[in-house]
Design a protein around this ligand. Structure first.
Ligand code: PGA
Length: 248
């Protein structure tokens, strides 16, 4: 049995006071629900601040790799995160791929550097609506994951969380049908098994992201191979998080 995991991706939202207050409340929720791993991904400038108070695990929404130091204006390194005892990072989010032109090779190199440094990596993959309508969603996701898997040592599997996030579902209120989620998560599980032997492959967690809310999480959480969620908009609301955690 894989332990369920829920990531709260706050993206570029909340003031300092709002972030402190929500982190405090979510931490109490985390303490009461130890059957679920919970990771909060606040805006990067608040990481240092929040890491000073005890609470649920914190993660970074992005990181630069593989160098630990250097002339990379505006970037945060793995070493900076390690200095704050932060061990979780989102890599390859579609917003980074689309708005900041991060391409697959760069994303893979960051993921491998983070895994090598002992981080838990939430690696995002997922197709656009156009790709889905062309019947190419699985081959798209396969290409995104295969290039990563080929560079991974099997011992890294337990630190990998694959977030399947169809781009057309992110922030839109649209979600794939339960059958579509079952099919894609099953397909990804099969890919993991093709690349890594058991028990390595079994340790990879596959979570769903994209308009996950208190209303739809319950049904999705029952599906095979759905090991949790990466929650964006709804993670800004304490009551939504409370219900989502309860549903897993
Ligand atoms: P959303 O975002 O829940 O607001 O759709 C999810 C994500 O981008 O991780």
């Amino acid at each position: 049995m894989r332990k369920k995991i829920v990531g709260a991706n706050w993206k570029m939202n909340l003031s300092r006071l709002e972030a402190e207050s929500l982190y405090h409340k979510i931490s109490i929720l985390g303490e009461a629900n130890t059957h679920v791993d919970l990771v909060v991904f606040p805006p990067q400038p608040f990481l240092g601040l929040l890491s000073r108070s005890s609470g649920v695990a914190l993660g970074a929404q992005n990181v630069y790799g593989p160098e630990f130091f250097g002339a990379y204006t505006g970037e945060t390194s793995l070493q900076h995160l390690m200095d704050l005892h932060i061990q979780h990072v989102i890599i390859g989010h579609s917003e980074r791929r689309m708005y900041f032109n991060e391409h697959s090779d760069f994303i893979d190199s960051k993921a491998i550097a983070a895994l090598n440094a002992g981080f838990q990596v939430f690696f995002c993959c997922g197709e656009s609506m156009e790709i889905r309508e062309n019947g190419a969603a699985t081959s798209w996701v396969q290409a995104q994951l295969t290039s990563l898997f080929e560079q991974m040592d099997p011992t890294m599997c337990s630190a990998l969380v694959i977030a399947y996030e169809p781009i057309w579902a992110i922030g839109t209120g649209k979600v794939p049908s339960l059958d579509e989620i079952t099919a894609m998560h099953g397909f990804i599980r099969g890919l993991c098994e093709q690349h890594f032997e058991s028990p390595f492959s079994d340790a990879i967690r596959i979570i769903y992201g994209g308009s996950c809310t208190a209303d739809n999480a319950g049904a999705m959480a029952q599906l095979p191979n759905v090991d949790g969620f990466l929650v964006g908009g709804a993670s800004l609301s304490y009551s939504s998080m409370e219900e989502i955690i309860a549903s897993v």
